[in-house]
Write a protein that binds this ligand. Structure first.
Ligand SMILES: Cc1cc2nc3c(=O)[nH]c(=O)nc-3n(C[C@H](O)[C@H](O)[C@H](O)COP(=O)(O)OP(=O)(O)OC[C@H]3O[C@@H](n4cnc5c(N)ncnc54)[C@H](O)[C@@H]3O)c2cc1C
Length: 316
């Protein structure tokens, strides 16, 4: 008889991708455990308003997280938040997870959905003003800055393309970039340069964010002369790169050069019985809707895998 600590599926990461996988798996009567570092909800928790999730006009990230969590629990999914992984064995038919408190779980299949994080500037005030005027997602938050003055930090394709897209909302967009040249395609540079709403502060960076309840201004340091100057501003969008939370997966599943998990169209990794979903996989667009879609596919593919595995065991 299988032990109580054996699950058909273990999902690692309790953001929208992992919670969706939990909902689909549990609803299919597959014994499932979600293990997540931090609070359930993932990056959604950092979002004070989600206005682009279909079917829900406006919802706080916290509320949407709780709705998804309760839905998964209603179908019988076990959830453990604020855990820390110690050991993860993905090879072989039985997968094994050991937590830092010594708890040990095994599973037939694993879904990896550890998400990711935007690279931050690390300037004072950034942590506390995240979501209160500082954003890392133009698609998510652009609309909140209609007719306001904003800054965009970065000089790559994302920064310049998003600066252009933000001119649909903002009255003025200032691109703040640390070098005297951009690291973007020529077309992106030309489009940004020819937009009358965009201006540039080259060889500068933001060295502090000011404000209490919301962002009120920034300190800009000029690398050419070292001068620091304060500017009032309504919003700052930071596009200086994205990091997948896959440090713990190095050497265990195939990652690309950006350390994103490589999957096929069924969200299957290079390891049998190990699937991945959400922001941590190699893909271009990272949203709640895309995470939810990946989680659905991973759960359906994992269900099929578990079903086949049990058929093989019965016939053996
Ligand atoms: C400020 C902000 C605003 C946003 N606004 C919107 C919006 O309005 N609309 C929209 O569609 N999208 C928005 N997004 C993007 C959206 O939140 C993400 O695309 C989505 O949450 C990704 O889901 P995920 O499940 O893949 O990963 P995540 O949400 O990142 O969740 C991953 C979870 O896994 C956990 N984890 C990480 N490593 C481990 C580990 N080793 N072991 C166990 N658990 C681990 C993390 O703690 C986290 O709880 C926003 C993002 C941010 C940062």
């Amino acid at each position: 008889m299988e032990s109580n600590n054996h699950y058909n599926a273990i999902v690692i990461g309790g953001g929208p991708a992992g919670l969706t996988a939990g909902i689909y798996l549990s609803r299919a009567r597959i014994r499932t455990l979600i293990l997540s570092e931090g609070t359930i909800g993932g990056q959604m928790i950092l979002t004070h308003e989600i206005a682009n999730y279909p079917g829900v006009e406006s919802v706080s990230g916290y509320q949407l997280s709780m709705i998804m969590r309760n839905q998964a629990k209603k179908f019988g999914c076990d959830i453990k938040a604020n855990i820390q992984l110690d050991t993860l064995k993905l090879d072989g038919e039985v997968k094994e997870v050991i937590l830092s408190d010594g708890a040990r779980f095994t599973a037939d299949a694993i879904i990896l959905s550890p998400g990711g994080r935007s690279r931050t500037l690390g300037a004072p005030g950034e942590e506390t003003l995240k979501g209160k005027g500082i954003s890392y997602c133009a698609t998510c938050d652009g609309d909140f800055f209609t007719d306001k003055e904003i800054m965009v930090v970065g000089g790559g394709n994302s920064a310049l393309e998003e600066a252009v897209s933000l001119t649909k909302y903002a009255s003025k967009v200032t691109v703040v970039h640390q070098f005297d040249h951009f690291q973007a395609f020529e077309y992106a540079i030309e489009e940004a340069r020819s937009n009358p709403k965009i201006s540039f502060m080259m060889e500068t960076t933001i060295t502090a964010f000011h404000g209490n309840e919301k962002l009120e201004g920034v300190e800009i340091t000029d690398f050419k002369n070292g001068y620091k100057q304060n500017y009032p501003i309504d919003g700052v969008f930071i596009f200086i790169g994205y990091v997948a939370n896959t440090e713990f997966l190095e050497g265990k599943v195939e990652l690309n050069i950006w350390k994103e998990i490589l999957v096929d169209t069924d969200m299957q990794t290079n390891i049998k019985g190990v699937f991945a979903a959400g922001d941590s996989i190699a893909k271009r667009y990272r949203q709640v809707t895309t995470a939810v879609a990946d989680g659905t596919i991973a759960a359906l593919a994992a269900s099929k895998y578990i079903h086949e595995l049990h058929k093989t065991i019965q016939h053996a």
